[in-house]
Unconditional design. Structure first.
Length: 309
């Protein structure tokens, strides 16, 4: 038995107290709870006796919370709100009709959203809950995630994986930016440009220092001109003409197709040897909707690879 039970006869006493405190009236609380006014008054009295606290001052025609009553009301509201949030979230997660996806914000914005209309058109009855993943090493079973993406070699315990794209990182900028700036014919030319940096909090990603070093160029020491906390912002800044950003080839393809971005150094693309994989927990039978989304995403990747071949 929880020790709170020694102070509160039952959880119902707290529900009655919360209603009476919120409505400022035993009569109004009784109407809300569909019980009699004497029943509310009796329950509040029992709660006061059990806790040893005077929670209300009784007036002739009204009631008023005491200082102790105000404190208990505040804490009770917080507790009820938190329990409501937790139970609602758990019910949502356990629903067989909702497919839970977890991807980086960059992947969602730059790859998934431009294509999502196609999936919804083909599978209008599949509900998706798309969450932002702050890391890649979480347990899909523990987090109750149906599908996610992970960078690596595609071999993880308890995980089934499908290749999305190799990790290929290139320099990108807007056509307007390049037209009004110094030429970029070789990696060393980038030192004369505004480089858009990013430093993600939870993921280790290749930055300008490593990219340039890979191409035998040393980034000078000193403060960085512009630093974002996620790669998406740096790419969007490049689209708006603020400078040159690093972008993953498979994520920036849509911007390049639409002419928002160009790669001024197409022969200088960093290939890490790792890849992005779609992942599912191997020990859990996938929901029908999750299987449909997996097959659709794998098909999208295959179609785009054929178009580029």
């Amino acid at each position: 038995m929880h020790r709170l039970r020694t102070l509160v006869p039952s959880a119902n006493h707290l529900f009655v107290f919360e209603a009476a405190a919120r409505r400022g009236s035993f009569t109004a609380a009784a109407e809300e709870l569909n019980v009699s006014q004497p029943a509310v008054s009796k329950t509040i009295k029992a709660l006061e006796e059990a806790t040893g606290l005077q929670l209300f001052r009784r007036r002739h025609t009204s009631v008023e919370l005491t200082a102790e009553g105000k404190r208990l009301y505040k804490e009770t509201q917080t507790m009820f709100d938190k329990m409501h949030m937790v139970i609602t979230a758990l019910r949502s997660k356990s629903s067989p009709d909702v497919v839970h996806l977890s991807f980086s914000t960059t992947f969602v914005q730059m790859w998934l959203l431009p294509r999502l209309k196609d999936f919804k058109a083909k599978h209008p009855n599949v509900s998706l809950r798309i969450e932002q993943s702050t890391r890649e090493d979480f347990d899909l079973d523990v987090e109750n995630i149906d599908l996610s993406a992970r960078l690596g070699d595609g071999k993880w315990p308890g995980v089934e994986s499908w290749l999305i794209a190799p990790e290929e990182i290139m320099a990108v900028c807007s056509p307007d930016y390049l037209a009004t700036s110094a030429p970029i014919d070789r990696p060393a030319d980038l030192l004369q440009h505004s480089l858009l940096h990013f430093e993600e909090k939870y993921r280790m990603r290749l930055g300008w220092h490593e990219w340039l070093l890979h191409h035998s160029v040393q980034l000078p020491k000193g403060p960085k001109e512009t630093v974002f906390t996620d790669s998406l912002s740096s790419v969007e800044a490049a689209v708006l003409g603020h400078g040159v950003a690093l972008a993953w080839r498979h994520l920036s393809a849509e911007h390049i197709r639409r002419g928002r971005l160009i790669c001024p150094l197409p022969d200088h693309i960093y290939k890490s040897g790792e890849a992005i994989y779609l992942t599912m927990p191997i020990h859990r039978t996938p929901k029908p909707g999750a299987a449909l989304f997996r097959d659709w995403l794998v098909e999208q990747v295959a179609l785009e690879n054929q178009a580029e071949a």
